[in-house]
Design a protein around this ligand. Structure first.
Ligand code: PGA
Length: 250
């Protein structure tokens, strides 16, 4: 089902104490009855403690920032989808552009991550073009290929569980946000591609988030666009006042 979602990707920030304190601050200033699902994606080692703290709140959930593409085994330092689910986390970010660039994750590996995660966790799958692709006007082709190569092998039932995050790489952490016109255009393109592959019902029900320098100042305009169902927030998710104001932007 299509939902309004604000997800905070903490990346490699916050000690456990700092993370728990931030969650307390967010809880004390956000309304219980809100229709917006709030997802917090802290570092792996905080997952269990934060999931426990949020377990009584149905409007909050916890996500990991990544998972391994295999079930288990001799992969020192890695974390499996099953291990993540055992902490109480219900979501996992897959395909973030930082992992695509720092860890060399390809659409092929990412499709394997989706396959292994999908039974236990809801993937928040990130797609988006880099600055050269945007300048060369090949951004839509890039996005079409990311969808096709990493997700469009899924059955309709499994695809229906996926959340998409459109994150233009040139907007991530740069302070340069896509205009609402640019973001809406790509979100509409993504929904149309999903419609072509899986039909109207699934495309209308797919939640598509925007990410890339989304903040308390621009969230309202972005979230008012018809095909933008919320945000995946990096920098602005690290301060309670900022993320609560983004949550209240719907
Ligand atoms: P940003 O990051 O909000 O700091 O641009 C977004 C993201 O990487 O998900």
């Amino acid at each position: 089902m299509r939902r309004k979602i604000v997800a905070g990707n903490w990346k490699m920030n916050k000690t456990l104490d700092q993370g728990l304190q931030l969650v307390d601050e967010i809880l004390s200033s956000s309304e219980t009855s809100s229709q917006v699902l709030k997802i917090i994606a802290p570092p792996y080692i905080h997952l269990a403690a934060i999931a426990e703290k949020l377990s009584s709140r149905e409007d909050f959930a916890v996500a990991a920032q990544n998972c391994h593409h295999l079930k288990s085994g001799a992969f020192t330092g890695e974390v499996s989808a099953e291990m993540i689910a055992s902490t109480g986390a219900k979501y996992v970010i897959i395909g973030h552009s930082e992992r695509r660039s720092f860890a060399g994750e390809t659409n092929d590996i990412l499709s394997q991550k989706v396959n292994i995660a999908i039974d236990k966790l809801t993937p928040i799958f990130c797609i988006g073009e880099n600055v050269d692709q945007r300048n060369a006007n090949t951004h839509l082709e890039t996005i079409r290929a990311q969808l096709k190569d990493a997700l469009f092998h899924l059955t309709a039932a499994d695809f229906g569980k996926i959340i998409i995050a459109y994150e233009p790489v040139w907007a991530i952490g740069t302070g340069v946000t896509a205009t609402s016109h640019q973001a809406q255009g790509v979100h509409n393109f993504i929904r149309t591609e999903i419609n072509k592959k899986y039909g109207k019902e699934i495309s209308e029900n797919t939640t598509i988030l925007y990410g890339g320098s989304c903040n308390a100042q621009n969230a309202q305009e972005l979230f008012s666009c018809i095909d933008i169902d919320g945000g995946l927030i990096g920098g602005a998710s690290l301060k309670a006042t900022d993320i609560v104001s983004i949550i209240n932007s719907f």
